[in-house]
Design a protein around this ligand. Sequence first.
Ligand code: FAD
Length: 336
Amino acid sequence: MKRKSTLLSLSEGTDPVKSKGNVTLPASVFRLVVEQSALAISITDSKANILYANSAFQRVTGYTPEEIIGCNESILSYQMTPKSVYDTLWAQISHQQPWNGILVNRHKAGHCYLADLTITPIMDNEGRTVYYLGMHRDVTEMHRLERQVQNQKALIESVVASAQVAIVLLDEQEQVILDNQAYQKLNGDFGQELAHYLLTVLRAQLGADFESAWRDKHNISIQEVRYDWPDRTPRWFSCSLSWFEEQDPSIDAFFVPRRQPYLLMVIQEVTALKRQQEDIRMNGLRMLLAEQERIQSLRELLLGVLYQLEGPLNVFSAAQRLLGRCEKPVVQNHYL
Ligand code: FAD
């Protein structure tokens, strides 16, 4: 449906005048709007000398209207903004184009702040620039937070990139979103997406536990997975899975936040460790066998000695029996 446009114009009175769909606002309304705006507003002549400043200007810069009116806007310069920025600013506004950018400003108290400034040239009926309208706000804190986020991002990226363990980030469809050099190197060795292979093995290894962890987005702590190569010794990997959620940055999710889950896999090759463990186990077995063999041969030796001793003992007992028959005992010992 085509909407009827409403024409806004100025009147001398104090109340809005409505006629045939047009609204005529009193000029004083515009003064109130500028005066009460949350943005620091100043109006200058064509040489940037300040003619007017609103109350937000005082809040942002520290200067009262009495102090600032008649001064040049350059009073706000902290002398840290490169000259080229001012040159561009003036080149643009001199050509009656609005300019927007960030300047380093000096507060009346002496400290600096970042000003996000828009300058709009105001032309008279003959098309000559008669005033400049400056609107700015302090964006120091926003800038600090932005830099902090950028720094953290750069730090995380460099830690991930240089990590000795392989790191790969997958979306719910198991598409690789991000990986590091260590992971790319492993992928190069295997000639296939290692994350997919490991997920397939883990699914089979953990069964229902894997499915419920995947469904409920629970982390899976360190699991060992064996990679079997045709005609080569197997390789071992220890991997852990953790989920994290990213806020959907699109505009339609501004008021109704949506979350996008991602799976972070941390993979470490443990083949050398496994071989070491296997060597220790085999050495242990070998030592056990050697010990058993030693005991066996000792037993055999003792049996041989006993056998050797049996001959003389038999001779002694035969001699004893013979003597027993020849001599009658004086006293019968009932213990014998
Ligand atoms: P300046 O000598 O004032 O200017 C540096 C360069 O700007 C010059 O080399 C020249 O290329 C150009 N220039 C300066 N004046 C003119 C002119 N009249 N015509 C054409 N080119 C010119 N500056 C801030 O630092 N902070 C602010 O918040 C700020 N707000 C402004 C708001 C408005 C509405 C306007 C019109 C200007 C504002 N400026 C602001 C710019 C300010 O006027 C100065 O240009 C700037 O502060 C640099 O000052 P300066 O003394 O270092 O050098």
